[in-house]
Design a protein around this ligand. Structure first.
Ligand code: PAF
Length: 278
């Protein structure tokens, strides 16, 4: 099957002119099985599947890994071809940001909690680039992985509040056999760190067990899970039991929960979460 690779907005619009019904998977490249799964979900939803590859400077903090974020374009294209993608949009920075981006999407206060508290400006950068990409691709649906649970909610709310004609479809996290959530950043881990990394999900599963068994002192679960991470050499930023609908602190009788965590293992920041339905 033919896969078209376009790098300019003009070429993208020309290519998509005859495709009024396309489904979109935005990525930053360095693709893994988790991304391929998003494409598997996308493909039956429209005749045309569009994937973007763009490492978005706007969503990285000044001391984050923008410069060293892996750029693996040829490899990514081979994987996308194999997955049956129709159009790859791979713009450079000038194409997306031809001038300083002074108009931005300012998400709700959701942008300031959890990941947002440790990565100021991150969700503003994500929402801004995703809105721009939506305006360029004009998809009727877009797929986002729930590993980035907070990102999924920010984008779901953006689409709702700005009345964008795009359906946001969440996708379950894809994991390695030992439970580690697939992430482009896993490649930063040393062999010893990679062996330790599944502990994050194992501890989230333990937290889910405790809640399912009836524990309602969520703060205690959070603190004990953080302590366990620290004991094993991690540097946890947060472990939080939240209401799944909006990531606010849940009441004791809340039935739809999610436990989210972010922690450094060496120099690598890993995030993960687990949903709990009571
Ligand atoms: O999840 C990602 O890879 C990025 O945040 C996204 C949605 C492609 C925006 O740059």
């Amino acid at each position: 099957m033919n896969m078209d690779i376009v790098t300019s907005v003009t070429a993208l619009r020309e290519r998509l002119q005859g495709e009024p019904n396309n489904v979109f998977v935005p990525t930053m490249g360095n693709l893994h099985e988790g991304h391929i799964d998003l494409i598997r979900i996308a493909k039956p939803k429209a005749a045309c599947t569009v994937v973007s590859i763009f490492v978005n400077r706007l969503q990285f903090g000044p001391r984050e890994d923008f410069e060293r974020y892996p750029r693996t374009f040829e490899n990514d294209c081979d994987k996308l071809r194999g997955a049956g993608v129709n159009v790859v949009f791979a713009p450079d920075e000038k194409e997306i940001y031809p001038e300083p981006q002074t108009y931005v999407v300012e998400p709700s206060d959701l942008q300031h909690i959890l990941d947002g508290a440790f990565r100021p400006g991150h969700f503003r950068g994500v929402a801004t680039v995703v809105l721009k990409l939506f305006n360029m691709v004009m998809p009727h649906a877009a797929i986002f992985g729930k590993k980035d649970y907070q990102q999924y909610l920010v984008l779901r709310d953006m689409v709702r509040q700005l009345a964008l004609p795009v359906e946001i479809i969440p996708a379950d996290t894809v994991r390695a056999a030992d439970g580690l959530a697939l992430s482009s950043r896993n490649g930063y881990l040393s062999p010893a760190e990679r062996a330790e990394a599944p502990r994050l999900y194992a501890l989230l599963r333990d937290a889910r067990e405790r809640i399912a068994r009836g524990e309602r002192n969520f703060q205690r679960i959070e603190l004990e899970t953080m302590a366990q991470l620290s004991q094993h050499g991690w540097n946890p930023q947060y472990v939080a039991v939240r209401r799944r609908a909006d990531l606010q602190t849940p009441a004791a009788e809340e039935r739809g929960l999610v436990v989210l965590a972010a922690a450094y293992l060496g120099k690598t920041r890993l995030i993960d979460n687990i949903e709990v339905t009571l």
